[in-house]
Write a protein that binds this ligand. Sequence first.
Ligand code: THU
Length: 157
Amino acid sequence: MKDLELITHIKAKAYAELDDTERQLTELAIKSTAGSYAPYSHFNVGAAILLDNGQTVTGANQENVAFPSGTCAERSACFYAGANYPQAHFMMIAIAAKDSSGELTAQPTAPCGACRQALLEYEMRAGHDVPVLLAGRDCVYRLDSVHSLLPLSFTEF
Ligand code: THU
């Protein structure tokens, strides 16, 4: 028998420690929470994706009275990017959320499992690691790749 271990490296950066690209994308994700339609959860999530063609695309969670019909911010952004810029590769992803008080969540908000799986596919299409930024009130978690958020992932059948 072997023990296998999965390790995820996270850099917790103060806002002042972000480079220009990271800061701009994080700010865009925060701004994108304004597009959230969340009358049921009152949890407003925004996502921003930088593409290798220089474009940035954004998304926000969209809820529906028939609960499963809504979608998360990350998937609204990545599916928009895929549909509108099918040739472009993802370069960086930022995610932010505001709770019912309208404040950025104290802790960085991490994507749900389904969004990790969806984002992973775009990282695989890019053919390189895509850094992920998770915004919190005082710091931003930076992960080197989507894969590090979803180790031991389902990638082929
Ligand atoms: N939500 C996202 O937008 N992204 C995630 O990764 C997790 C959850 C949304 C879905 C729902 O509208 C609200 O947050 C509460 O779960």
